[in-house]
Design a protein around this ligand. Structure first.
Ligand SMILES: Nc1ncnc2c1ncn2[C@@H]1O[C@H](COP(=O)(O)OP(=O)(O)O)[C@@H](O)[C@H]1O
Ligand SMILES: [Mg+2]
Length: 295
């Protein structure tokens, strides 16, 4: 069961005091590997008895990791972090409920969800520096500390970057999911249908698909000044009308970035190689590069 499954299952049962305790631990994790119980009591502003009850409850839900060493301390696990983000998105009037998994990527879990106006959307939980609960049990000391602090930070950063990219390219008419909202490591976006380009066995008109991908790369480049940075057949979706969508934008760079040229070349070369290998379509990289950059 993924951490989002755990979060989806329990998060409706969470009461304001539970959220308060989770948020207190989140804030204090910047100072501690495991936040000592007395700190949670002091910083939460709740009574000791209340905090102890909440810690027990949250651990039972599988949202906290309890550490027993020279002192007793707590850390959030991913499901706990998921609950904080979901709670914020519900409070912000963006989400109503979380549904079923849509896809598991190498660095994310994507779920369908409903907004408060009943619209179906996609919710992407970024999971960088993914580290399993079993592993956290084994890892102690500084190793754990650094990894732990970094999955929180890296996952949040990835979501922020992806949201930024979508907000830059979507208004320029680049074919991407519509950006809807964001909190912590979670991005809410328009839901799309279709299959990954690499998974499709036969395209009816591969040349048109390739042209459409390049047209969108160009629109992002010229219109928004953005380069995807992780473009490949794994991040192109073919929808049921045989049109394309480009997903997975956290690695984007602006055209002014020192590595912009190199990343654009790599993006294009990934796509060209795929079409050459699978469909025998031959396009020169330099020529394609000129097409993308021509104002
Ligand atoms: N907006 C969306 N609507 C529906 N499914 C999506 C959406 N975004 C991603 N997915 C599904 O989740 C998978 C992983 O998404 P992706 O953004 O590529 O993340 P990762 O960084 O983990 O590769 C995709 O291959 C796709 O199946
Ligand atoms: Mg991907």
């Amino acid at each position: 069961m993924s951490s989002a499954d755990v979060a989806a299952r329990v998060f409706r049962q969470l009461e304001p005091e539970d959220i308060r305790v989770l948020a207190t631990i989140e804030v204090d994790l910047s100072r501690h590997r495991f936040v000592p119980e007395p700190d949670i009591i002091r910083l939460s502003g709740l009574a000791e008895k209340e905090v102890k009850y909440r810690l027990e409850r949250l651990s039972g839900f599988g949202l906290l990791y309890r550490w027993i060493g020279p002192y007793v301390g707590y850390a959030l696990n991913m499901a706990g972090y998921d609950c904080l983000a979901l709670n914020a998105l519900v409070k912000a009037g963006i989400l109503e409920s979380l549904g079923k998994p849509l896809g598991v990527g190498k660095e994310s879990d994507v779920y369908d969800a409903l907004t408060q106006s009943g619209e179906r959307v996609a919710v992407k939980f970024h999971r960088l520096g993914r580290i399993s609960f079993r592993q956290t049990r084994r890892l102690r000391g500084y190793l754990f500390d650094r990894r732990h602090a970094s999955w929180l930070y890296q996952s949040r950063l990835a979501a922020e970057r992806e949201m930024e990219a979508l907000k830059l390219v979507y208004p320029c008419g680049v074919s991407v999911p519509k950006p809807i909202g964001h909190n912590r490591h979670v991005v809410v976006m328009g839901i799309i249908e279709g299959d990954c380009l690499f998974r499709i066995t036969e395209l009816p008109s591969p040349e048109e698909i390739l042209d459409e991908i390049l047209e969108n790369v160009r629109r992002a480049y010229i219109g928004a000044g953005v380069i995807h940075g992780d473009l490949s057949e794994f991040n192109v979706i073919i929808n049921p009308d045989w049109h394309i969508l480009i997903i997975d934008w956290p690695q984007y760079v602006r055209v002014s970035h020192p590595n912009a040229e190199m990343l654009l070349k790599r993006d294009l070369s990934n796509i060209l190689k795929f079409f050459r290998r699978k469909y025998g379509l031959i396009r020169e990289l330099e020529e394609t590069l000129n097409y993308i950059k021509r104002p």
